[in-house]
Ligand binder design. Structure first.
Ligand SMILES: CC(C)(COP(=O)(O)OP(=O)(O)OC[C@H]1O[C@@H](n2cnc3c(N)ncnc32)[C@H](O)[C@@H]1OP(=O)(O)O)[C@@H](O)C(=O)NCCC(=O)NCCS
Length: 165
């Protein structure tokens, strides 16, 4: 049965059943991936962490981890399976994260991103993030990170509500 766009873009809280797929995407995506037990701890046991997956029920196209500590939110991680990129999953997840962080009382959201990661940086800038600074040798391979921040006190339009630019 063909899946419609709404089903494909379904976002749900990460569950124990999603962890094998999340862990596989994490391992295939990052040079210094979080091990499965760390992903499980964050998703299922850290009371300050909210983790989401996107994709039809039983299937994970991408995921994101958010921490909210009072008015400060932090996007810990966001990733889409390589073969699923470029179809709007990452943007749908980010919009959801921003709305969720705001609903939890977040006023600012921060993240770190590899300076060379053009796709992620473009996504963040598209959704209101600005570069705050740079951390030298932030990653285990010595690469620098950009620190980015967005104001989430005002709701921003989702991808489908945007018109141009
Ligand atoms: C960053 C990432 C999550 C984007 O997910 P995606 O589903 O491929 O992105 P989308 O299809 O939703 O694209 C949304 C926006 O992201 C940006 N973008 C996505 N891919 C891009 C690319 N290859 N080059 C430049 N910008 C890109 C664009 O701004 C795009 O908006 P547009 O289509 O209007 O130009 C995905 O590339 C990924 O998983 N990368 C590896 C993990 C990673 O780097 N995570 C970030 C850690 S800080």
């Amino acid at each position: 049965m063909a899946l419609d766009a709404a089903a494909l873009h379904q976002i749900r809280p990460m569950s124990e059943e999603d962890l094998d797929q999340v862990s596989a995407i994490e391992a295939a995506t990052f040079p210094d991936p979080w091990p499965r037990h760390a992903l499980a701890h964050e998703a299922l046991r850290n009371p300050f962490c909210w983790a989401f997956v996107i994709g039809p029920e039983g299937s994970v196209a991408g995921y994101a981890f958010l921490w909210v500590l009072y008015e400060q939110a932090h996007l810990i991680n966001i990733a889409v399976a390589r073969e699923q990129r470029g179809h709007g999953f990452g943007e749908a997840l980010l919009v959801h994260i921003l709305q969720y962080a705001r609903a939890q009382g977040g006023e600012k959201i921060h993240l770190e991103v590899r300076e060379s990661n053009e796709a992620a940086i473009a996504l963040y800038i598209k959704h209101g993030f600005e570069v705050l600074g740079r951390k030298n040798k932030y990653y285990s391979d010595g690469a620098p990170a950009l620190m980015m921040e967005a104001d989430i006190t005002r709701p921003r339009p989702g991808p489908k509500e945007r018109s141009g630019g």
